[in-house]
Design a binder for this molecule. Structure first.
Ligand code: GUN
Length: 298
């Protein structure tokens, strides 16, 4: 059984990115920049945003974190985005989700210039991705990170049955779309399961590659997994644990302890998909910078 080490792969990737950033800076005498906006005080979001900024700096890129109070109005947020869209030193813009209820997520997504939308959430990026025009879009970071893991572990995906559990706009939908495209780590027959799916275990048991993105701790149990399957766990769920100082521990969507007894390869939580998401955000930011400076390749 192979443990797919996202922490190691993301560290390798960040080293590669750091060298690429340096080469770009020598060429252009300017620095790639990422702006991250967080509205409100959601503790998990604060951790993610801090990590994004830290990783960005470590790769040699500029990063600005804009912390806005919970009561920020939608129009104030949209005005901030307009400024960032027009700032030539900013190549990537990200608004951390979830947003407070009074702010319309769709309006925010639409207000970010598609050329700086390093989350890949804008309909223009989603559309180009679905069409397979991957050099004309940004791929959303979590599915992109999963492709990178499959590729770096040389997992054979061609013609295999991939079952994606979850249909979110951030993970499930783009993931399923990518897995059916004709790329190096895709080219699968794809099934998508969700909350209204009947006989889910019957479907998940057919998966050669099972991708769990439901947001429920330990949802995928051993009986739902075919022996030899490759299992990718996207879940980062906080479960109460009084033995921990923080009062909680992180659990994936997969019952790791038991599923790892039958899987041929599996991503752990933490240390699997999570670190890859940030690495791909940095990759998208560098990509945006290269496009802005008409750099085709390094
Ligand atoms: N919240 C959870 N995941 C993400 C992500 O990938 N991007 C943004 N902007 N917010 C998130």
């Amino acid at each position: 059984m192979i443990i797919i080490d996202g922490k190691q792969v993301s560290s390798d990737l960040r080293k590669e990115l750091k060298a690429a950033v340096e080469a770009c800076m020598q060429k252009t005498k300017s620095v790639p920049g990422l702006a991250v906006i967080i509205v409100g005080q959601d503790p998990a979001s604060q951790v993610y945003v801090r990590n994004k900024a830290k990783n960005c700096k470590e790769t040699g890129m500029n990063s600005t974190v804009i912390e806005l109070p919970e009561e920020t109005s939608q129009s104030e947020l949209l005005a901030k985005l307009e400024k960032l869209n027009n700032d030539p030193d900013v190549h990537g813009i990200l608004v951390q989700q979830p947003l407070p209820r009074h702010i319309d997520e769709y309006a925010v997504t639409m207000a970010i210039s598609p050329s700086k939308d390093v989350d890949g959430f804008h309909p223009e990026n989603v559309g180009q991705m679905v069409l397979g025009n991957l050099d004309r879009c940004f791929i959303s970071c979590t599915p992109y990170g999963i492709l990178e893991l499959l590729s770096r572990y040389s997992i054979d995906t061609k013609g295999k049955h991939c079952v994606v559990v979850g249909r979110s706009n951030i993970v499930g939908k783009p993931m399923a779309n990518l897995m059916l495209q004709k790329l190096k780590s895709t080219n699968c027959t794809v099934t998508v399961c969700h909350s209204a799916t009947r006989n889910m275990p019957e479907l998940t048991r057919q998966a050669d590659i099972l991708i769990a993105a439901i947001g429920q701790a330990n949802f995928i149990t051993k009986d739902m997994v075919k022996p030899g399957a490759v299992v990718i766990d996207v879940g980062i769920n906080r479960v109460e644990d009084s033995s921990r100082k923080s009062g909680y521990r992180l659990a994936g969507d997969v019952d790791y302890e038991h599923v790892s007894e039958v899987a041929s390869a599996i991503t752990p939580v933490p240390g699997g998909v999570g670190p890859m998401t940030i690495a791909m955000l940095l990759k998208n930011t560098l990509q945006s910078f290269m496009r802005a400076h008409s750099i085709q390749a390094l």
